[in-house]
Design a protein around this ligand. Sequence first.
Ligand SMILES: [Zn+2]
Length: 512
Amino acid sequence: MTKINRRTFLKLLPTVPFYKVAWPALQTAVQGHNLAQSSDQPNILFLVFDTLSAQHMSLHGYNRETTPNMARFAEKSTVFHKHVAGGNFTSPGTATMMTGTYAWTHRAIQLHGLVHDEFVQKNMFSLMPDNYHTVAYTHNLLVMSLLHQFRGDLDLFKHTRDLCLSDGQFADRLFFDDYTTAFWAETTALQGGATPPSGLFLSLLDRFARFAETRGFKNELASEYPRGIPNLHTLFFLLEDAIDWIEEQVVTMPQPFMGYFHLLPPHEPYTPHADFIDIFTDGWQPTEKPKLYGAKNMPQAALNRERRLYDEYLAFTDQEFGRLLDNLEQQGVLDNTYIILSSDHGELFERGIRGHVTLTLYEGLTHIPLLIHKPGQQSREDVFQRTTAADILPTLMQITGQPVPDWCEGTVLPTFGGAEAAADRLVYSVEAKSNPKYAALTEATVAMYQNDMKLIRYFGYNEGEELYELYNLNDDPEELNNIYESETGLASDLTTALKDKIFAENAPYRRE
Ligand SMILES: [Zn+2]
């Protein structure tokens, strides 16, 4: 039986297109018809939890029980153990999944970055077969900007605010066609960024209006969310509402479908439901790590506390995922749907760094989960080859019976057929938010993996400066021991390979 959360349903009533399209179908579903069985071509349900680090998942060996529900899902899925994010924050990480290319190609390298115009026609939505119904939703405004670029290929582009308690932004309401420009103008004006006197006045007005708007539900939900209602800047939302809506969509929308749902938890601030407050007060003191380039100054005790809060929010997120999974399973959705679970990047609580706004690319940031349930899959498969977020798009091509475009930098994932990736394949993660968008990468951090060897190169942050770290992740998964100076032969070979790669990728932007 489909459960419709009352709050969600009442909120959705005024959105006429949804109501007209979905309600009759929803009633059919409630009567017990199994809509999920009605298409020969498989559906694709792509769930992204923002800032979900594989390094924090009990499924991947973390010592807190953070992901029991994702572990249940793993028993009917293919689990990719060495999956690498495209970058360390939302824009590059998400764009790599959506375009099958690395950041030096898609160019969503800056905060709130957009992809190069050519990718408006080269992404996971535009490349779906015409008969696929495509739907997307996100809580994350950086992802909303990317989806806005791709909206011409979305049958349903659900706006962020539609599933929020309060969104506090005007850009998408008033200027949707110019969403990203309007977003920046609004952000600058209201936060007093560029024009202090008038900006400050607007900011005060804005805060007052927002206070009035949010006070009601904050009071109502205070006991359920003692650390605050899930939010980011001006957005307030309940993960439960988005989960309920996704379930409704999956059960009622035309098939075959491809749904991309990018939810903000466990992104900061870490605000779990009351049931998850203080579940990890175990006193665990993680090993303190060496402070190298990019380190910051948060004291270790504060990092440990923040880690615990993140872990509790992750456990809450996992519970909501489990609830969705159980409901979809009851509806028979697992029988003809690929369910992809992943993230755009992770989170860091080490070397004085808390969060993901950093120029580093340590495993907490770059090691992300990837689990894929194939239609009808009943047992677990484990893949230990190194894979990248750029492999998602080629795999979607394979699933839908289409050729992989030659401009893709990823390959079809292992166990999905297609050509096997080379055993010595090189995989990358790129951080370049301070580099000009359409210019050669001259100020950036790039991590390069070859199996379990990981080379990190920092370059251009100070004039002429280049720094390297090298880790053997098999022996040293926590990156405690930088072997760049001791493994000189290997370090030299990998350095040459990485510099050659960056040189080649910079070619279109280099003045010869
Ligand atoms: Zn993100």
